[in-house]
Design a protein around this ligand. Structure first.
Ligand code: OTP
Length: 179
């Protein structure tokens, strides 16, 4: 028998990823990521995911630089943060190898604007000390909810594009580990 988990879970950045999708000129759809993620789940059930906005990787250095400067304003807002409450006892009671579907509501703080986001996730106990939280459906953000439309319009003008969509699907795969 193994001792029950008692301490906090920390995000394993090597095993975790988050992707978001942009759409330009109606039909050009591209997937992008943030390289640096961190996060934790405390024994009190406070779950946190922090995105280093300056680690945005769209596969295009010019575009990454423009997004940091004009969209995210990373010198003023280096991080985006997702916070939610989870049931720590239920999480650590999940049998190894089993998966539970949940609909979670979190707050997303992006550029100082806090809005609720809801996600359908699968929570899977991988090993005694590891859990994976995976989006089952993409979370579709509306950039206007976070006041990002001026930034998107600046990117559109700089790239001389007809349109960039304000609807941004986000998907994630997060692995948390306890000691
Ligand atoms: O010239 P040219 O054509 O080449 O032009 P370019 O393409 O170079 O230039 C034009 C530029 C373009 C096209 C890019 C435009 C960019 C955009 C439109 C992107 C805008 C981005 C936005 C709006 C947002 C980015 C995404 C985020 C900040 C991530 C948000 C995070 C989310 C939604 C995750 C939410 C997570 C949740 C709810 C759950 C988290 C779970 C936990 C913490 C664990 C819980 C634990 C348990 C046990 C349940």
């Amino acid at each position: 028998d193994v001792a029950p988990i008692t301490g906090p879970f920390e995000l394993n950045p090597q095993s975790s990823s988050l992707y978001f999708v942009s759409t330009k000129k109606q039909h050009v759809v591209e997937a992008h990521t943030f390289e640096n993620l961190s996060g934790s789940i405390s024994e009190q059930g406070a779950a946190r995911l922090t995105l280093d906005l300056a680690s945005v990787n769209t596969g295009n250095d010019t575009r990454d630089g423009r997004m940091k400067e004009h969209l995210f304003d990373t010198s003023l807002f280096p991080h985006a943060e997702v916070l939610l409450a989870v049931d720590y006892a239920a999480l650590t009671a999940l049998p190894i190898g089993s998966t539970e579907k949940q609909t979670v509501t979190a707050t997303l703080n992006l550029k100082g604007v806090i809005a609720e986001v809801t996600a359908d996730v699968a929570v899977r106990r991988l090993t005694h000390t590891k859990v994976m939280v995976q989006s089952l459906a993409p979370v579709v953000l509306d950039a206007t909810d976070f006041g990002l439309e001026p930034g998107i319009e600046t990117l559109r003008t700089l790239a001389n594009l007809s349109v960039i969509s304000y609807a941004v699907p986000v998907s994630f795969n997060l692995v948390f580990e306890a000691q």
